[in-house]
Write a protein that binds this ligand. Structure first.
Ligand SMILES: [Zn+2]
Length: 269
């Protein structure tokens, strides 16, 4: 793999690789995209979001780890105290659409309006304008990242084009965005909802993924959901992974905005 910006160090001094923990707070709006309106069996599971979020905040606080919380605007309005609790604990707040509808089924104007509305709500609740965006369900299209550039954002987390951040600049006249690569195999939904595995198996899979990326000096981006990874047993997968990362001693566990700023600085020289 090539070094960004020539001889500049890939990561801050003392760190061999990086890990971003991102937590998508979809509320019931995420599941509403996948389930029938009368499927209260599944829709009701998201009622656990506040409890799960509090447990994840505790897991992060116990290990002094800062994460990035990607909020659906409507979910944030439903749980303003939880937005503020995450901010007070030092976590980043990022955009995750207004109500979790697929952007690639919207026109560019609809996407722009959706992003702006979410930005306004999250800025009001958190006190700071978000600088990052993760498209709901990773259903983006050609317009999405141009609009993120238009909004003056710093990072997006939509496309797994490798194990390092990379710059994208769909609109050449606007500053580039840092693409932080997520993965379906680093998404709790894959392991605890689509296929139900024991937290130990999930931890072992994530640990092996992290170890390989760590050896190679890359970036691991984890995607979690409070009503999934915030469940009592499932929360162990995150706790064990963070303990493992901390034991390795040279993994930079950082918020997405910090990783993106570092990368942009290195890439632009
Ligand atoms: Zn989501």
């Amino acid at each position: 793999m090539s070094e960004p910006g020539g001889a500049a160090p890939r990561w801050p001094e003392g760190f061999r690789s990086a890990l971003c923990v991102t937590i998508d707070v979809d509320g019931r709006y995420g599941e509403a995209n996948y389930r029938a309106p009368d499927d209260t069996y599944w829709l009701s599971q998201t009622a656990y979001d506040p409890t799960g979020l509090e447990r994840l905040l505790a897991v992060l606080a116990d290990r002094d780890v800062a994460a990035s919380f990607c909020w659906v605007g409507r979910a944030a309005e439903d749980h303003p105290l939880h937005v503020r609790a995450a901010v007070a604990a030092g976590h980043e707040i990022a955009l995750h659409s207004w109500d979790h509808r697929a952007y690639n089924r919207m026109t560019p104007d609809e996407q722009r309006e959706d992003m702006a509305r979410t930005m306004e709500a999250l800025t009001g609740l958190s006190g700071t304008p978000p600088v990052g965006h993760k498209t709901a369900s990773w259903r983006y299209d050609d317009a999405t990242h141009r609009l993120a550039q238009e909004m003056g954002l710093l990072w997006v987390m939509d496309e797994p084009g490798g194990d390092l951040p990379y710059l994208i600049q769909p609109e050449a006249a606007l500053p580039p965005l840092v693409q932080l690569p997520p993965s379906a195999w680093l998404d709790d939904y894959t392991y605890f909802v689509d296929h139900v595995l024991a937290p130990r198996q999930v931890f072992e899979t994530w640990r092996d993924e992290l170890d390989v990326v760590h050896d190679e000096g890359g970036l691991t981006c984890l995607t979690l959901h409070p009503f999934v990874s915030g469940r009592p047993a499932a929360s162990r997968a995150l706790a064990w992974l963070l303990d493992h990362a901390i034991d390795l001693d040279d993994i930079w566990v950082a918020r997405a905005d910090a990783v993106a700023r570092w990368w942009l600085k290195g890439a632009m020289g």
